[in-house]
Design a protein around this ligand. Structure first.
Ligand code: FAD
Length: 363
């Protein structure tokens, strides 16, 4: 009898103490090649690597890194990074997925999306459910969690236009914090997470406010002309994503065939006075209005004028249909990419007096 009792007690102990722990235990791998986890297909190894699918696993990974005194790098879909050296620490690949509508009124809905979810899945969901605001951001690769880091934008819309707040975990203190749009300090492909809080917070989820009435932004580029050519007078969300998709595929290489990280450089913003001088020397120079007294110059135009469009340098080059996109023709190294980046910056600076800043995170 005493034996049966001991046996039962032991199995209960095994179930309640060990089983839940084993179930959520993370797997940390050593010396993992990071190249396959990036869209540029360039990258060396991480000393340690783990994939997390829940917040509990994330907290375990952070605990592991703290105990082993390892630095952390948060990896989303790897579509905005150029990895230049081995990472001496723990890479946490974020796959914490999901989204839900948290509030619906007659005019708007609040949608919360989790950071490891694909951005494109959220956009598809909103388009299919008549929640308006994200159409122009259709087909941007990457995860929800990285979207606020560079305030993703395309065709005249930026994340900040629909953003309400985000929830993040402070990697220093382990505490959660809510950031409002103002606290995120969004700018052009910029936020506080690229500057003051670079590497400090793990973004857990974001909340976006989407309209229940169509409010499309048509002013950018050739959206209006495309709609006109297609005979569309009153566009639907479906029309919008068809046009955005057409525009994107005409400019951007197919990731499966030509690895890249999207636009490699930001469009420089310069003073109107500097622009006027440049316009005198280069009458065909293009520009968009920006902040008061400032204009934005398309970096693609500068790179093309500097002679890099469609040019190949070993295994890297600038894409033939869009000079802003650095492509890997196969087997490229970080050194080759860095050399080309620096060469472009030097020539553009010499010819136009403008410093091109990378949009891609060089790590
Ligand atoms: C073909 C192509 C087209 C693109 N088009 C556009 C475009 O139109 N507009 C645009 O804005 N961008 C564009 N991009 C860039 C890219 O898609 C976005 O920047 C995207 O948000 C990156 O997401 P990611 O998950 O791949 O981030 P990653 O590349 O994995 O990470 C980028 C940075 O964010 C940090 N990070 C990632 N997740 C988190 C998190 N949860 N918390 C805190 N930090 C985090 C990383 O540590 C890293 O510093 C394009 C890229 C490609 C390849």
């Amino acid at each position: 009898m005493a034996n049966i009792f001991t046996c039962l007690l032991f199995s209960w102990l095994v179930f309640f103490v060990f089983f839940p722990y084993n179930k959520s235990m993370i797997k940390v791998e050593k010396k993992v090649l990071l190249k396959p986890f990036t869209t540029l297909k360039i990258g060396s190894t991480a000393d340690f690597f783990t994939l997390v699918q829940t917040e509990t696993e994330l907290r375990e990974a952070l605990k592991w890194a703290r105990a082993k005194q390892q630095k952390i790098f948060i990896l989303g879909a790897g579509s905005n990074i150029l990895l230049t050296k081995p990472f001496r620490g723990l890479v946490i690949k974020n796959e914490i997925k999901g989204w839900r509508i948290i509030k619906k009124t007659p005019t708007f809905a609040l949608v919360e999306a989790t950071s490891g979810e694909a951005w494109s899945h959220l956009v598809n969901f909103t388009v299919q459910n008549n929640l308006f605001g994200l159409e122009n951001l259709f087909l941007i690769p990457g995860t929800i969690g990285a979207a606020p880091v560079q305030n993703i934008g395309a065709y005249g819309v930026e994340l900040k236009d629909v953003f309400v707040s985000l929830r993040a975990l402070d990697l220093k203190t382990g505490r959660e914090k809510i950031f409002s749009a103002v606290a995120c300090r969004f700018g052009y492909r910029d936020s506080i997470f690229k500057n003051k809080y670079h590497g400090r917070y793990f973004i857990l989820s974001i909340i976006c406010k989407l309209s229940l009435r169509p409010q499309f932004k048509l002013a950018y580029g050739t959206i209006r002309e495309e709609l006109k050519a297609a005979g569309v007078k009153k566009p639907t969300a479906g029309d919008m994503i068809r046009i955005i998709s057409k525009l994107r595929s005409s400019k951007l290489p197919n990731l499966a065939l030509l690895p890249n990280a999207g636009s490699f450089f930001k469009n420089p913003v310069i003073l109107e006075s500097q622009f006027k001088k440049l316009q005198f020397r280069f009458p065909e120079i293009k520009s968009f209005p920006d902040q008061p007294n400032k204009v934005k110059i398309p970096a693609a135009w500068l790179i093309e004028q500097a002679g890099f469009k469609g040019k190949k340098f070993g295994s890297v080059g600038m894409y033939e249909k869009q000079a802003l996109v650095l492509v890997n023709y196969g087997g490229a190294t970080a050194n080759e990419a860095l050399k080309l980046v620096s060469r472009i910056q030097t020539v553009v600076k010499k010819k136009f007096g403008i410093k091109l800043e990378p949009e891609v995170n060089i790590i």
